[in-house]
Design a protein around this ligand. Structure first.
Ligand code: ATP
Length: 349
């Protein structure tokens, strides 16, 4: 770990719940997780699942109905937002239009009566961090959307936060710029070692950026793990579906074998006995014989440049398969398909 990480905070959320008084609906229910120093965690989930509510509770803009927020092991519920050592960047940069970039970035320090010299130096550093040196004299309306968001980021970094809270900061940008900015956010976060919570509804963004992803549905945490785990071992059918899984095979498990309409399938590990659903990523399905193979018919083929997407029908079960681009399956062709044991995952219902 780099030295900067020593400065960054450990964040713990303990059984956090929130109800907005007017609606009374629980926007957050029993959220518990911890973010390690220097870690970037993405809060991911569909619109309305409570991501922003969680971030506001962490920042101190909302008081939770119950539960606690701890920074380095101490509750911060009694600490006002400006004293929590946190900085927040929102979807819209909200820069002061009449001020230069330099004045916008230095604003927070001027409010704290920091000397002019010091502000000048720190603004310079922050603008370098976001690769915006040379733009100090511009006004916000003379900047692109991405540049404005970089300035907003610099304004957050200048306060030397121990915790960086980013609420969909890239979602208003077009696709190319968003990708470029993802790279920059990651670089800045790594270089500065900031403990970061990044709110997004974009699964790809979470996977690219995050060390760990917290997936929320209706205010509840459904899975908290490294991005790869959401593909390889999703916690439930719902989690798998959110991450684009399409292959679901129902069966009856006994130890490491499952009776399914496709026949007797072996698993790499024991599954809980009884009714289960198996899932497998399209790219893990093989068109070959061997263990866990069965006859299937090709029902649809689409050439997608980097891969061939193919639908199979096997004993009434539909399977999606991603093949390398040189593969040439034909619609109606009878094939042998195989589901390697190591790639099959038994879902909790
Ligand atoms: P989005 O991705 O659309 O921003 P989100 O996951 O950030 O959504 P929240 O904004 O945290 O979701 O909202 C969670 C739930 O709380 C939603 O059902 C929303 O309608 C409700 N909610 C949010 N703000 C308020 C409020 N001020 N008063 C009442 N209910 C609210």
């Amino acid at each position: 770990m780099n030295q900067a990480v020593d400065r960054s905070a450990r964040l713990q959320l303990e059984d956090l719940s929130h109800r907005y008084p007017r609606t009374g609906e629980p926007a957050l229910s029993g959220l518990s997780l911890s973010v390690e120093p220097g870690e970037l965690v993405a809060f991911l989930g569909p619109s309305g699942c409570g991501k922003t509510t969680a971030l506001k509770v962490i920042a101190g803009l909302l008081r939770p109905t119950s539960g606690d927020v701890l920074v380095d092991g101490r509750s911060v519920l009694g600490v006002p937002p400006e004293s929590r050592g946190m900085a927040m960047v929102l979807q819209k940069p909200l820069l002061f239009p009449h001020m230069s970039v330099e004045a916008n970035v230095g604003f927070g320090l001027r409010m704290r009566n920091v000397s002019k010299d010091r502000i000048g130096r720190r603004v310079g550093t922050a603008l370098r961090q976001v690769r915006m040196e040379g733009f100090a004299d511009r006004r916000p309306n003379e900047l692109s959307g991405g540049q404005q968001q970089r300035v907003a980021l610099a304004r957050a970094l200048i306060t030397e936060p121990r915790l960086l809270l980013l609420d969909e900061p890239l979602s208003a940008l077009d696709a190319n710029l968003r990708e470029e900015m993802r790279g920059l956010v990651k670089e800045i976060q790594r270089e500065g070692g900031y403990t970061t919570v990044f709110v997004t509804h974009d699964q790809e963004e979470a996977v690219v950026l995050a060390d760990r992803i917290a997936l929320l549905f209706e205010g509840g945490l459904h899975m908290y793990d490294k991005p790869r785990a959401f593909y390889d071992r999703p916690a439930s059918r719902r989690v798998a579906g959110f991450f684009g899984a399409t292959n679901f095979i129902r069966g009856w498990a006994r130890n490491s074998a499952v009776e399914t309409p496709l026949g007797h399938l072996k698993l790499a590990r024991n599954a809980p006995p009884g009714d289960i659903t198996l899932t497998i990523r399209p790219e893990a399905v093989r068109l070959e014989g061997g263990e866990n193979s069965f006859p299937a018919r090709v029902t649809e083929v689409a050439y997608l440049g980097t891969r061939v997407a193919c639908s199979l029908d096997a004993a009434g079960v539909e399977l999606q398969v991603a093949l390398p681009p040189q593969a040439r399956p034909h619609e109606g062709e009878e094939v042998t398909a195989r589901l390697p044991a190591g790639s099959l995952w038994a879902l909790e219902e």
